[in-house]
Write a protein that binds this ligand. Structure first.
Ligand code: HEC
Ligand code: HEC
Length: 321
């Protein structure tokens, strides 16, 4: 609030929100006393040694503050299993992690301070000294929302088994939901898509990033293109689908798969056509889960009605109530 007022009055503006590379501010960064800043702003939670065992951590519940020594980070543009890029760490520090104790520092620190902290927290994990992060996965700009994409979404969701953890209606209550734990042995719940306020961002771009890169250290997997290029037609895994899905969902999903390219057709596709197919399925998923938010803005509400109407129509076509 105070910060908003300052902004409105043209006072000191938040500066830890730039996307400039750290090399753009080297002198300022080296002038920052990063150890002191870390001790003041971060150590209470993340611990003086970066092991996530700061004095305040115990009282905060789950998720625990990250143990930086492990070198495993959830929010990345880099592939699953890779270290994050400096930009990734910068983004997290600037934006914080919605719904957790991790504050957004963008309005409290300068750009140079945030870059200095990126460098400092990397020093806790030995892997940063021996490995380089993989190049970021390509993050294309979103196609517009369309009725076609939104109506395909529920079937991509069904075929890929998201419901196993996130539940049939995306409420975070799938059959596996209560048995999941993260890499540190702490229980972790799948996200409830009706809630909004995603940790890693709720824009189409951010959701795409989450789906393509997964959340390392948690059961949330990355969707590789090979997974998204599932075969339909005669090669569809209909038996697997029947096992996983309730009958009402099964018929619609099976019908959807009969219309999708089979294994021979996938093999004959040009790389560009295959990419386009994989992209289409990914964006369908993005717009679908976004449409599940419970109190969405008007455009989303209209889109959700579209999605529900599409599911309803597909069910009717499949002879289900
Ligand atoms: C009040 C407690 C608290 C403070 C203070 C705090 N953090 Fe965090 N931080 C957390 C929690 C909790 C998480 C774990 C969020 C999750 O796993 O969803 C986290 C996660 C992170 C992550 C991991 C993101 C990822 O991709 O996995 C980074 C990086 C981070 N914090 C940096 C910092 C820095 C730098 C500071 C100081 C400027 C700081 N934090 C201060 C609680 C805190
Ligand atoms: C094995 C269980 C599991 C499966 C399968 C799974 N997820 Fe998740 N997902 C999780 C967990 C656990 C989290 C919460 C991670 C956290 O809070 O750090 C999560 C979080 C998410 C988030 C929220 C990220 C954020 O920014 O807060 C999205 C979006 C998501 N999953 C989408 C999907 C989609 C779409 C599928 C199907 C392709 C899927 N998930 C499959 C377990 C799973």
């Amino acid at each position: 609030m105070g910060v908003l007022v300052l902004l409105a009055l043209g006072g000191p503006v938040p500066v830890c929100s730039a996307q400039a590379p750290p090399s753009a501010v080297p002198d300022l960064v080296s002038a920052v006393d990063a150890a002191r800043l870390y001790a003041d702003a971060c150590a209470a939670c993340h611990g003086a040694r970066g092991d996530g065992r700061g004095p305040a951590a115990r009282g905060l519940g789950l998720p625990r503050p990250r143990d930086f020594t492990a070198g495993v980070f959830k929010f990345r543009t880099t592939p699953s299993g890779s270290l994050p890029s400096d930009q990734d760490l910068f983004r997290t520090i600037s934006q914080g992690v919605a719904g957790t104790w991790m504050p957004a520092w963008g309005t409290r620190l300068t750009e140079a301070e945030c870059w200095a902290l990126v460098r400092y927290i990397k020093s806790f994990a030995p892997t940063f000294r021996t490995e380089a992060p993989d190049p970021p996965v390509p993050l294309p700009s979103p196609p517009g929302r369309s009725r076609e994409l939104i109506s395909e979404g529920p079937w991509v969701y069904a075929v890929l088994g998201c419901a196993q953890c996130h539940g049939e209606r995306g409420r975070g209550n799938g059959p596996s939901a209560r048995r999941l734990s993260d890499d540190y042995g702490d229980p972790i719940r799948p996200y409830d898509f009706t809630r909004g306020a995603y940790k890693n961002g709720g824009s189409p771009e951010a959701l795409y990033r989450t789906l393509r890169t997964g959340l390392s250290g948690t059961p949330m997997p990355a969707l590789e293109p090979s997974v998204l290029a599932y075969a339909g037609g005669a090669n569809a895994d209909v038996a697997g689908l029947r096992r996983r899905l309730p009958p009402a969902e099964f018929d619609g999903a099976a019908t959807y798969l009969t219309r999708e390219p089979n294994a021979a057709e996938l093999a004959a596709m040009s790389p560009a056509a295959l990419d386009a197919l994989v992209e289409r399925r990914l964006w369908a998923l993005v717009y679908y889960i976004q449409s599940l938010e419970r109190r969405p803005s008007l455009p989303y509400r209209l889109l959700r009605e579209d999605a529900e109407a599409a599911v309803g129509a597909a069910r009717t076509a499949a002879g289900k109530p």
